[in-house]
Design a protein around this ligand. Structure first.
Ligand code: UD1
Ligand code: CA
Length: 472
């Protein structure tokens, strides 16, 4: 049966998070909780997706518009429960095909499991199906009540359950598939006669069952997939489980991860085979890492492109392109808009932003490079500073091909160094240096002979100077 509508319930306050931000906007593995759910939903290709929003409406609506532009939102002004939220979402919706309802706070659920659940629901021609699992600690979840023949009877919330019912370890995931027409009829019959005085979506199961409809509890093998996040402890638990799941996937794809427990790869990042990741590293956002690259230890890459055979050691990079066979680090800080051409080298204690470096150029030590274009085969001497900021505006520096910038040069932007030019060490370069010239921008040295002997008589320095005279 065609999947007509997916309803994601995301209006809850998330009180237990104790946060100024909506619960479903908290993120794990580089996606919001809601983003994980919508990514899983994407896998099953529904005709319509409707997200029920409430708490922090503006923020959640903006987030949905960004990550799932085809989804619509419905506003639940007062949080009268999951049944009430579903009623609002169903208003004006098609009563054809299948409707899937799921919570916005279950980030571990996979698209594959959703698809298998829908297949089982449709295959059994059930009026309603609920996805369940056996949880070693079912505290806080709704429990699945089955009859002597193991058939689903109803779902009971923990607060409304008897002591015996609380011993049941099969829990409600909050994910349901319904015959849309049957759901539309039953949802109008739920009442708020429960301990919370709310309209529970779970009651639809009992209503349909009592009306003689076939209802099914479809059990998942892996209970971790249906873990819900209600507080920060569960947020950390699911983050760790997702980390392990993602790392396992990449290792099976041929990535070497030296220490999976300290390696954090976002769900949105991509790696190639024969990448090696050393301990304490994070591969975040849309970062992609090509084959043969070596990352870490203790490296964080956010929204970066790392090409074949590059090595990034003990460094932080954001919105940076790292070309083929480039070496970065240790202790390099690459900020937004850095582009490193193939075989470039950026070494220890170098900070860069909004700068492009040509093929094979080197910035090996202790430099700041901001708002610059550097050509091919150039060498930027140790402790060179690209002085890009005059206190009000930022300015650009251009360095040509095969340039040699002497150590401790200040390149005061806007300034341009021509192809093949040099600068003398210690220069403050404020004028353009033409191709093939050397720019010397420093005071001429003078030596005051005998100064130490006169001004520091008797000091260790003076004694050393005397001794040196005697040595000849
Ligand atoms: C719910 C289920 C419980 C199940 C658990 C699985 C009910 C009554 N209980 O409990 O059986 O084991 O999920 O995680 O359904 N929401 C709204 N509007 C509301 C209330 C909630 O949109 O008025 C949304 C929340 O944002 C959340 C989802 O519905 O994404 C579930 O609500 P939550 O309060 O987390 O329910 P649980 O107590 O976890
Ligand atoms: Ca929940």
């Amino acid at each position: 049966m065609a999947l007509e509508t997916v309803i994601v319930l995301a209006a809850g306050e998330g009180t237990r998070m104790k946060s100024g931000q909506a619960k479903v906007l908290h993120s794990v593995a580089g996606r919001s909780l809601l983003g994980h759910v919508l990514a899983a939903v994407d896998h099953i290709n529904p005709s319509t997706i409707c997200v029920v929003v409430g708490a922090n409406r503006i923020g959640v609506e903006a987030h949905v518009a960004e990550i799932s532009p085809s989804a619509t939102t419905v506003f639940q002004e007062k949080r009268n429960g999951t049944g009430h939220a579903t009623q609002l979402a169903l208003a004006g919706k098609s009563t054809r095909g299948t409707t899937l309802v799921l919570p916005g706070d279950t980030p571990m659920l996979t698209g594959q499991s959703l698809a298998a659940f829908l297949d089982a629901h449709n295959g059994g021609k059930f009026s309603a199906s609920v996805l369940t699992a056996q949880h070693p600690d079912p505290t806080g979840y709704g429990r699945i009540i089955r009859d002597a023949n193991d058939e689903l009877l109803r779902i009971v919330e923990e607060r409304d359950a008897t002591d015996d019912e609380r011993f049941i370890v099969e829990i409600n995931s909050g994910v349901y598939a319904f015959d849309s027409a049957k759901l539309a009829g039953a949802i109008e019959q739920i009442t708020n006669s429960n301990s919370q005085g709310e309209l529970y979506l779970t009651d639809v199961i009992e209503i349909l069952k009592n009306a003689g409809e076939s209802v099914a509890a479809i059990m998942l093998e892996d209970f971790t997939e249906i873990l819900g996040v209600n507080d920060r402890v569960q947020l950390a638990e699911t983050a760790a489980l997702l980390r392990d799941r993602i790392n396992d996937q990449w290792m099976r794809e041929g990535v070497t991860i030296i220490d999976p427990t300290t390696t954090w790869i976002d769900a949105t990042a991509t790696l190639s085979s024969d990448v090696t990741i050393h301990p304490g590293s994070a591969i975040l956002g849309t970062t992609s890492v090509a084959t043969g690259a070596v990352i870490g230890p203790r490296t964080t890459l956010t929204n970066c492109v790392v090409k074949e055979g590059a090595a990034v050691l003990e460094s932080i990079a954001l919105d940076t392109l790292i070309g083929e066979a480039v070496t970065v680090g240790p202790f390099t800080y690459l900020r937004r808009g850095t582009v490193l051409g193939d075989s470039a080298k950026v070494g220890a204690f170098v900070e860069m932003k909004n700068s492009t470096v040509g093929t094979g150029s080197k910035i090996p030590h202790l430099s700041y490079v901001g708002d610059a274009t550097i050509g091919d085969g150039s060498n930027i001497g140790a402790a060179t500073i690209f002085v890009n900021y005059d206190g009000v505006d930022k300015h650009h520096t251009t360095v040509g091909d095969h340039v040699r910038i002497g150590s401790d040069t200040m390149l005061v932007a806007p300034v341009s160094i021509g192809d093949g030019a040099y600068t003398a060490a210690g220069s403050v370069i404020t004028e353009d240096v033409p191709a093939g010239a050397i720019g010397v921008g420093r005071a001429k040295q003078r030596n005051v002979i005998g100064w130490v002997l006169r001004k520091r008589a008797g000091s260790k320095s003076a004694q050393a100077a005397e001794a040196s005279k005697k040595k000849g």
